[in-house]
Structure formats: structure tokens, C-alpha cells
Write a protein that binds this ligand. Structure first.
Ligand SMILES: C[S@@+](CC[C@H](N)C(=O)[O-])C[C@H]1O[C@@H](n2cnc3c(N)ncnc32)[C@H](O)[C@@H]1O
Length: 260
């Protein structure tokens, strides 16, 4: 028997439902539908978010990054970070972090590394960056550049001061030339529908979602150099096609480099 309460919706499984996955329970599907009815374009947002992940990992690999710290991994789906990175550079090393026992139970799928590279999984909380960094150091060499992937996870840290402190702690551990890739649910795109969607979500999920506007998301990158085109609708961040860019996704995204 699973050691989690399947009668309460959990964000990792609701997200899996939105993406069309199969690792969700009745309570997750009910919440998935209720939120979709409040904001039908949510389907575009979650797909655009995964596409953003793929494009940013590809970009980072192109910058010579061979180490990835992917926090808020989610239930494995198509194009997980290590698959994208190791397709380009088989020697890439990836550490996944999530605090959801369901993600942990699927971790095996995230650990199918190439022989040249490495994959590890840490069961930890984003709000405890010290624990994450200590465990990640078993797999990642922090004297070399690392990409910290915060894809659709910082909106679970509602307090701006705490979010800022987490960003500073994570980036302080990384050498110049390291990068942060981040996407975040938007309060200022389709504002009324997004607010209602989050109100429904927060009724019963344990991890509360806090939307931020573009300026608030941009502040998360303080102290880092934003890569062109800056913080932008995630679908418009270096899109592969015009069709991709046109996705109505209520999500801000950006990539930044640690200077020095
Ligand atoms: C919306 S999903 C995003 C998954 C993946 N990064 C993506 O973008 O496709 C958010 C994930 O973050 C995890 N998460 C939420 N709060 C967290 C926290 N405080 N610490 C670690 N993981 C967290 C959830 O369990 C879930 O798997």
C-alpha cells in the first residue's frame, strides 16, 4: 500500500493528470477537472512548460553545461531532464529533487543514466536548500558550472523573502558560469481565470500555489544576468516554431547566468 493519502489531491499527480499521464488517483482527477474548468488553457500551460524545459536544457547543454540540479522534478513523463541533456552530451550528470513520495516511487525511471553520465534522486524539500546541496554534492562537482532547474516549482514558495533566500542560497553554492532556468505560473496573464483556478487548487492541495507577476518572477533572478530574451511568456522563450510561441500559456520563464 502507498504511504500517502490518495483521497487528498497532490500537485504532482494533478499535474500528471493535466499532462495526460496515468499516475494519478480519483481525487487528483476531480481537482484536475475542476481547475481545468476554471482555466481551460491550463492544458496549454503545462505542455508549454514541458516544452520550455526541453528548450532550456538544450540551450544549457549548448552552453557547455554538463551538470543539472532539477528541483521539483515531477512524476516522470516524456523528455525528462536527463534524457534531453544526455541525448546531447552523454556525460551529463543530473540530480533530481522532489518532496513527493509518489515521485520518489517513480524515481527508477529517472535514474536510467547513460554509462558516461550519472543520475541521482534526492527526496528533499526546496525550502531546505542546504540539505539539497549537501546531498547533491555526492553526484555534482560544485567547482564546475551547474544548471539549477526550477521548472514550475517556485510558485509553491509563497513568501517572497523565503523565495529570495532560497534563490540566493542555491546560486551561492554554484560557480560563475552556472545558470538558473525557471518557469512560474503567472498572476498577470489571463488574471481572473488563473486566480479562480488557483483558488480551487488551494482548497485542498497541501502545497499551496502562489501566482507571481512578471516583475515578481524577474526579482527571483536578482544578482544573475538574464539571458536574452529575459523573463518572457515561457512559450516565447526561444521557441522552435511560431506555433509553439503562440501557445496561450499563463507562465513566465527565463534563464540567467551567474556572473563573475
Ligand atoms: C508542477 S510540478 C512540475 C514538475 C516539473 N518540474 C515540470 O515542470 O514538468 C511541481 C513539482 O514540484 C514538487 N514540489 C512542490 N513543492 C516542493 C517542495 N517544497 N520541495 C520539493 N519539491 C516540491 C511537486 O511534488 C511536483 O512534483
Amino acid at each position: 500500500m502507498p504511504d500517502f493519502d490518495t483521497s487528498v489531491p497532490h500537485i504532482a499527480r494533478v499535474y500528471d493528470y493535466w499532462l495526460g499521464g496515468k499516475d494519478n488517483f480519483a481525487a487528483d482527477r476531480v481537482m484536475g477537472e475542476r481547475t481545468l474548468q476554471a482555466y481551460p488553457n491550463l492544458v496549454y500551460s503545462v505542455r508549454a512548460n514541458r516544452a520550455f524545459l526541453v528548450r532550456t536544457v538544450r540551450f544549457l547543454a549548448g552552453q557547455g553545461i554538463r551538470q543539472f540540479l532539477d528541483i521539483g522534478t515531477g512524476i516522470p513523463t516524456a523528455n525528462n531532464t536527463h534524457e534531453v541533456a544526455q541525448r546531447i552530451a552523454p556525460d551529463s550528470r543530473i540530480v533530481y529533487v522532489d518532496n513527493d513520495p509518489v515521485v520518489l516511487s517513480h524515481a527508477k525511471a529517472l535514474l536510467k543514466s547513460t554509462p558516461e553520465g550519472a543520475c541521482a534522486y534526492i527526496d528533499a524539500d526546496l525550502r531546505d536548500p542546504d540539505a539539497i546541496l549537501a546531498a547533491a554534492a555526492d553526484t555534482l562537482d560544485f567547482t564546475k558550472p551547474v544548471a539549477v532547474m526550477l521548472i514550475a516549482v517556485m510558485h509553491f514558495v509563497g513568501d517572497d523573502a523565503q523565495a529570495g533566500a532560497i534563490m540566493r542560497r542555491l546560486t551561492a553554492a554554484c560557480v560563475p558560469g552556472s545558470h538558473v532556468a525557471l518557469s512560474h505560473a503567472a498572476s498577470d496573464i489571463d488574471a481572473a481565470q488563473m486566480a479562480e483556478m488557483v483558488r480551487r487548487l488551494n482548497e485542498s492541495t497541501a502545497e499551496k500555489t502562489t501566482l507571481r507577476d512578471r516583475a515578481g518572477v524577474t526579482r527571483l533572478f536578482d544578482g544573475l544576468d538574464l539571458v536574452e530574451p529575459g523573463v518572457i511568456r515561457a512559450a516565447e522563450w526561444r521557441p522552435d516554431t511560431d506555433l509553439e510561441a503562440a501557445s496561450p500559456a499563463a507562465l513566465w520563464g527565463g534563464v540567467a547566468r551567474k556572473p563573475g
